[in-house]
Design a protein around this ligand. Structure first.
Ligand code: ADP
Ligand code: MG
Length: 675
C-alpha cells in the first residue's frame, strides 16, 4: 500500500505530478483521499418540478435548433427543451459543437444546477447530458465527488480509486468480536463504501468505521502522552511570590471569580514536583491572557524563564507590547523579549543571545520559538495561546526545550465537558465560564446589501463618538470569485465614501510583517479609525476601543469563525455592535447567521451549527480550524469518539492488544491540529 500511484494503470509522470499537488503519492494515500460529497443520480423529474438552487435531473425534448452567440470572448450555446409540463432553457459555455449534437425532437436527460431566468423560466447552465440508457446505469447510485486540482478530473480520480481498491488489501486490525461489540463494518468494506456507496446507509456505516479508527489512533496517542506527562519531574518547584498578588490587586479591574479560581489552580500546579499540563478553555474575551501573564510573572520572580507562543505575528507582537506595558506600569521583575520569523537575522541572533544568557526571562513569539534554534538558560514554563492553531506535536517540541517544563495551553474552542475530558485526556482542564463584569452583550444584526448605506452611517456615528471599527472582507485582492469583497478595493471604496477626517487602513496576511505591525500599532493607538482586514485579525487581537465590526460576505464564513471574529469587539465597557452583511439571501444562510444574531455564546453557537447541519449533512462546513480529523467530526460523531475512548483505555491497560502498525499508530504522522 506504500506503493507509488505510478503502479496504477493510466497514471504516468504527468498525472502523478497532479496527484502530488493533492498530497497523494502512494496508493494508500489515494484510498484515504475520501470524497468531499456525493452526486445522487435520482430519477429525472418533469420540468414543472424543477426547483431553483438545486442540482436536478430532468427528462426533456430538445425544441427547435440551438443557437450560438459570442459573449465575453467565448461561444455560448442556447437551446430550449421541454415536456408536457413546461419548458426550460439550457446554456453551455465553450461547447459550440453541441449545435450539431442537439437534434430537435430528441429526448435527453439533462442534469445541472437549476436557476430561474428574469422571466421566471427555469434555466440550467452547463448541464451534463445523458441518453436514457446512460442515465439508467447511473440511476440510484451515489457517485463520489473529490476535491480537485486543475487538470485532474473527478472521473479520473474515481477510476484510479476503483483500481487502487482492487489491487490493495486491508487486513483488519480488529478481531471480529471487537468489531461486533462496537458495531463496526470491516475495513475493506468501509473503504469501498466511503468511495462507492449504494446509498446514505453505506456512507453512514463507512464513516462510523473510519472515524472510529482515526479517533482511536489519536486517543491512544493522547493517553500515552498522559502517562508520559505524569512522569515529568520538576527538580526545583516554584514558590508563590508577592508580585503576582500585587499585580492582581493593582489591575484596573477585578479578576472574575472564574479567573481567580483558575489562577489558584495554576499557582498550585507550579509548586508541585510534577510538571503542569493544563488547558484553559474560555470563550473569546473571557480574559485568558492575564492568567498566562501571571504564570509567566511567577516564573520569572522565581528566577526561571518562560515563553508564550501565539499563532500569528500580530498577536505575538500584541502580547509583547501588553506585557512590557504591564511590567513598566507596575514595576514587575520581568524582562520580556519578542521573537518572530520576520525579524532580521541579526535581531534574532541578539534575542537568542539574551535568552541563552538569561538577560531575557520571558519570550513571546510565533512558531519561530520552535523553528529558530533557541537555547534557554532555564526554561520552566511554556504557554501556547490559541492552541487549536497548533498541533500537539508543536506544543511538545516547545516543552522539550527544557527539563521538567510546565505546560499551559489556552483555547477558545467550545467543547462539551464530556468530549473535552476525552479529547484533552493528556491535560487538566480549567474552564473560564464567566465573562468580565463590565461587558455589555454585543448587539448583532444580519442584513443584505441594501442596508449598506445605513451601516456606513452607523460606523461614521460611532467613529465620531470616539470609537473604532473593523471591516472584514473574505479576500485580499480582486480574484476569480465574483461578488466577493476584497480588502484592497474595499479600502479604496470606503475612502471615497467617508470624509477625509476618518482614517482608513488595510490589513492582510500578504503584507510584510513590519507593515502589519505598524498598522496594528496605529490602530491600537487610535491613529486609524477603520481597519479593513481579512481574517488575519481573527484570533486574539485586543483593541477594546473598537466597538463595531462589519463583516462583508458573512455567508462565506463558518459560524465558529464568525464568532471568533466578532470576539474582536465587545472587549471593553462600551456597547459594541456586529453587522453581518450577506451577499446572498438564501434561506439556509440566513438561518445559519441568525444563530449569531440570537446568541453571543460560543458553546451555544457550536451546538446550533451542528443542529442546522443535521445528520444528513455528511461533509458540511467544519468548525473552523479546531480539532480537524480527516473524516471524523467531534461534534457530529461524538458517540463514536466516546466509544473509541473506551477502547483506547482498554488498549492502554493491556486488556486488548491490537496490531499497532495496522492501526496507523506508527505509520501515519499523527499531528492533528487540535485543542
Ligand atoms: P481572551 O480570553 O479572548 O484571550 P483577553 O485575555 O484578550 O481575552 O481579554 C479581553 C479583554 O478583557 C482585555 O482587554 C483584558 O484586559 C480585559 N479583561 C480581562 N479580564 C478582565 C476582568 N476581570 N474585568 C475586566 N476586563 C478584563
Ligand atoms: Mg486571547
Amino acid at each position: 500500500m506504500q506503493e507509488s500511484i505510478r503502479q496504477l494503470k493510466g497514471v504516468g509522470a504527468k498525472t502523478a505530478a497532479l496527484f502530488s499537488k493533492l498530497q497523494i503519492e502512494t496508493v494508500d494515500q489515494l484510498i484515504r483521499y475520501y470524497p468531499r460529497d456525493y452526486d445522487h443520480y435520482e430519477a429525472p423529474v418533469p420540468v414543472q418540478d424543477l426547483e431553483p438552487g438545486k442540482i436536478q435531473s430532468v427528462r426533456a425534448c430538445v425544441i427547435g435548433a440551438p443557437s450560438t452567440v459570442r459573449a465575453r470572448g467565448m461561444v455560448i450555446t442556447h437551446a430550449n427543451a421541454g415536456d408536457v409540463t413546461g419548458n426550460l432553457r439550457l446554456t453551455w459555455f465553450r461547447m459550440p459543437y453541441l449545435r450539431s449534437v442537439l437534434q430537435p425532437g430528441v429526448f435527453r436527460i439533462f442534469r445541472g444546477m437549476v436557476k430561474r431566468s428574469a422571466k421566471g423560466q427555469p434555466v440550467m447552465e452547463h448541464p451534463r447530458m445523458f441518453s436514457e440508457e446512460e442515465y439508467g446505469q447511473l440511476s440510484g447510485t451515489w457517485q463520489p465527488k473529490y476535491a480537485l486540482t486543475a487538470g485532474l478530473s473527478n472521473h479520473l480520480i474515481q477510476k484510479c480509486v476503483r483500481q487502487a481498491l482492487l489491487v490493495s488489501s486491508f487486513p483488519d486490525p480488529y478481531p471480529p468480536d471487537l468489531r461486533k461489540h462496537y458495531q463496526l463494518i470491516g475495513l475493506t468494506q468501509a473503504l469501498e463504501k466511503i468511495h462507492f456507496p449504494a446509498g446514505a446507509e453505506d456512507v453512514k456505516q463507512a464513516r462510523r468505521r473510519l472515524s472510529f479508527d482515526e479517533f482511536l489512533a489519536f486517543l491512544v496517542q493522547i493517553k500515552r502522552q498522559k502517562v508520559k506527562n505524569d512522569q515529568v519531574i520538576v527538580d526545583r518547584p516554584m514558590v508563590p511570590v508577592s508580585d503576582t498578588r500585587r499585580l492582581i490587586e493593582s489591575l484596573p479591574y477585578e479578576l472574575t471569580g472564574a479567573q481567580q479560581r483558575v489562577w489558584g489552580e495554576i499557582e498550585s500546579d507550579l509548586q508541585r514536583h510534577v510538571a503542569m499540563n493544563r488547558l484553559i478553555q474560555g470563550d473569546v474575551g473571557s480574559g485568558k491572557t492575564i492568567l498566562a501573564f501571571l504564570a509567566l510573572l511567577m516564573c520569572s520572580a522565581n528566577g526561571r524563564q518562560g515563553c508564550l507562543m501565539a499563532p500569528t505575528e500580530v498577536l505575538a507582537q500584541q502580547h509583547y507590547e501588553s506585557l512590557r506595558r504591564l511590567a513598566q506600569t507596575y514595576d514587575l521583575p520581568i524582562r520580556p523579549v519578542l521573537l518572530t520569523g520576520s525579524m532580521t537575522v541579526r535581531q534574532k541572533r541578539e534575542i537568542r543571545e539574551q535568552i541563552a544568557g538569561g538577560q531575557a526571562d520571558v519570550v513571546l513569539g510565533t512558531h519561530a520559538l520552535i523553528q529558530e534554534k533557541v537555547e534557554y538558560r532555564n526554561l520552566a514554563l511554556v504557554v501556547t495561546d490559541e492552541q487549536h492553531r497548533f498541533g500537539v506535536r508543536q506544543r511538545e517540541t516547545l516543552a522539550g526545550k527544557g527539563d521538567g517544563v510546565h505546560v499551559l495551553v489556552m483555547s477558545a474552542t467550545p467543547i462539551p465537558r464530556t468530549l473535552a475530558l476525552v479529547l484533552y485526556g493528556d491535560l487538566q482542564v480549567s474552564v473560564l465560564d464567566e465573562m468580565p463584569k463590565n461587558r455589555l452583550p454585543i448587539k448583532n444584526c444580519v442584513v443584505d446589501p441594501s442596508f449598506r448605506k445605513k451601516a456606513y452611517a452607523f460606523l461614521q456615528a460611532q467613529i465620531e463618538a470616539g470609537r473604532q471599527a473593523y471591516v472584514i472582507c473574505p479576500m485580499v485582492e480582486e480574484g476569480e470569485m465574483e461578488g466577493v469583497e476584497n480588502v484592497l478595493d474595499y479600502t479604496q471604496k470606503l475612502r471615497s465614501v467617508f470624509p477625509d477626517s476618518i482614517r482608513i487602513c488595510a490589513l492582510h496576511g500578504k503584507m510584510r510583517a513590519a507593515e502589519k505591525q505598524q498598522i496594528m500599532e496605529d490602530f491600537a493607538a487610535r491613529r486609524v479609525d477603520i481597519l479593513v482586514s481579512t481574517t488575519v485579525i481573527e484570533v486574539g487581537i485586543d483593541v477594546p476601543n473598537a466597538t463595531v465590526m462589519l463583516v462583508e460576505n458573512a455567508e462565506r464564513f463558518g459560524l465558529a469563525q464568525l464568532h471568533q471574529l466578532r470576539g474582536r469587539v465587545g472587549r471593553g465597557g462600551q456597547q459594541s455592535f456586529c453587522i453581518f452583511m450577506t451577499g446572498d439571501n438564501s434561506g439556509q444562510n440566513n438561518r445559519r447567521l441568525d444563530v449569531l444574531n440570537r446568541s453571543n455564546d460560543g458553546f451555544f453557537i457550536a451546538n446550533e451549527d451542528l443542529k442546522l447541519r443535521g445528520p444528513g449533512d455528511l461533509f458540511g462546513i467544519r468548525q473552523s480550524g479546531a480539532l480537524e480529523f480527516s473524516i471524523g467530526d467531534i461534534y457530529q460523531d461524538s458517540d463514536v469518539l466516546l466509544l473509541a475512548g473506551e477502547l483506547a483505555d482498554r488498549v492502554l491497560s493491556g486488556q486488548v492488544v491490537l496490531p499497532e502498525e495496522e492501526l496507523g499508530l506508527f505509520q501515519r504522522e499523527i499531528d492533528y491540529r487540535t485543542i
